[in-house]
Design a protein around this ligand. Structure first.
Ligand code: ADP
Ligand code: ADP
Ligand code: ZN
Length: 216
């Protein structure tokens, strides 16, 4: 089954994508993670993307569509995938429709995670991630069971994203409302849209998503 998690920065897309990976074996496809890996590796497009990401703007459609197009060719997606952070505007959504159609694939469900801006700012400012396995945490809402030790892999190193600061978050939210929110209408018309309450606690959001997966 192929899913798309749609929602503003900090909505919980990554958190829920990882749960879906564990529960169903679907593969998380996060363009943000792919771009951060390219930036860390210092590839040509990674360097370009890094500066754009630090301003909280969108990396060019050309780059992200190429990255996703290539990723969709790989053989590990047979049991399904979860798009997280792509598409982020209507041209990307149209490109995705073409990429999927040409490979005989489709989206089984689009899940919109609705969260208020104020909650997003709180979620983003407390976010940190295990450097070894990528599991996400939050200072207040999802602390490791043992202080300083990753629940999943035992790692002891954590990172915070350079773009998770108050100023960049404001521009990321603005970009979301202007460019990404129109996708709610786009998928509404396609008939694949399911809106869930992303303000709920993490386990409850996971239950709402499971309902959608069962019905899809
Ligand atoms: P996104 O991938 O949409 O940007 P994340 O999954 O990284 O969002 O979540 C942002 C932060 O909020 C993380 O620190 C995460 O632990 C926390 N978080 C995720 N879902 C919830 C929730 N339902 N309630 C409270 N905090 C949450
Ligand atoms: P979040 O959902 O927490 O805001 P992501 O990790 O999805 O964060 O994205 C971080 C940054 O990476 C974005 O602000 C943007 O600069 C870039 N990015 C990620 N996905 C895309 C995309 N599909 N199109 C353009 N830029 C992207
Ligand atoms: Zn870990």
């Amino acid at each position: 089954m192929n899913l798309l998690l749609l929602g503003p920065p900090g909505a919980g897309k990554g958190t829920q994508a990882k749960r879906l990976e564990d529960a169903h074996g679907f593969v998380q496809l996060s363009t943000g993670d792919m771009l951060r890996a390219a930036a860390a590796a210092g590839t040509e497009y990674g360097k370009k993307a890094k500066a754009v990401m630090e301003r909280g703007e969108l990396v060019s459609d050309e780059i992200v569509i190429a990255i996703i197009g290539e990723r969709l060719e790989q053989p590990d997606l047979k049991d399904g995938f979860i798009l997280d952070g792509f598409p982020r505007n209507v041209p990307q959504a149209e490109a995705l429709d073409k990429l999927l159609a040409s490979r005989g694939l489709k989206l089984d469900a689009v899940i919109e995670m609705a969260v208020d801006d104020e909650a997003l700012i709180e979620r983003i400012s407390g976010r940190f991630t295990c450097s070894s396995c990528g599991k996400g945490y939050h200072d207040k809402f999802e602390r490791p069971a043992t202080e300083g030790v990753c629940d999943k892999c035992g790692g002891r190193e954590f990172t915070r994203r350079a773009d998770d600061n108050a100023q960049t978050v404001r521009s990321r939210l603005e970009v979301y409302h202007k460019q990404t929110a129109p996708l709610v209408g786009y998928y509404g018309e396609q008939g694949t849209l399911n809106t869930i309450d992303g303000m709920a606690a993490i386990d409850d959001v996971a239950r709402q998503i499971e309902e959608v997966v069962k019905a899809a």
